[in-house]
Design a protein. Structure first.
Length: 211
């Protein structure tokens, strides 16, 4: 009888400890995801708020499907070039790309920021280099683009949507807002996700009025 009662007590205590450890582990994961999301969203927001909308500026948003969800890619001209060398000029424009790569161990996505100095309208093209790792453990990264009429699009190409002015100058047509969703997961197999979203209003071109 004593052994039976002891087994019941031990089972109850073990169950309580297991639940506590599960909650603690889940909380730690959420905190870790929150820190990565904050850094990533602040960096992407800063880059988009400095996007170059003038002559030679461009923005391309590509929708891609991955094993765990969407793995969209975004490329644009920005004045938010980051300098990591004393010999490099602090000012200037850059072609910035946010791209993903699958982590072979976890099966989740890693988000990279690629920053190549350019002169607007001149190039060079971005190659397939990874750039700097911004965050990992992503099940999905998704962009959507809102036009001047309030319509939302899953892809965008400022070149194809470009307009020709009266003097023959071709200018890019940019979205007025970009929505971004980051979905984090512990592994590629789990259905438990932590989602972070934000929306970035692009700066108005010189002389433009709010629609």
């Amino acid at each position: 009888m004593a052994i039976f009662i002891f087994a019941i007590v031990i089972s109850s205590v073990y169950g309580a400890y297991r639940s506590t450890f599960r909650v603690t582990d889940s909380t730690e994961s959420v905190v870790e995801f929150s820190n990565m999301a904050r850094i990533a969203l602040e960096r992407i927001t800063g880059d988009l708020e400095s996007v170059h909308l003038g002559n030679g500026g461009s923005l391309q948003g590509e929708r891609n499907e991955g094993a765990t969800g969407r793995s969209d890619r975004l490329t644009f001209t920005s004045a938010a070039h980051l300098v990591f060398s004393r010999t490099e000029r602090a000012a200037g424009y850059a072609m910035i790309r946010y791209a993903t790569e699958v982590d072979e161990e976890s099966g989740l996505l890693q988000l990279y920021r690629i920053d190549v100095p350019v002169r607007p309208g001149v190039g060079p093209e971005i190659d397939e280099e990874k750039g700097f790792l911004l965050c990992d453990s992503l099940a999905e990264i998704q962009y959507s683009y809102v036009d001047t009429e309030g319509n939302e699009h899953e892809e965008w190409d400022s070149g194809e949507r470009g307009m020709v002015e009266e003097d023959g100058t071709r200018t890019g047509n940019f979205p007025v807002m970009i929505r971004l969703t980051l979905r984090f997961a512990k592994s590629a197999d789990t259905e438990e996700n932590t989602v972070f979203t934000t929306a970035v209003a692009l700066p108005l071109p010189h002389g433009a009025e709010t629609p």
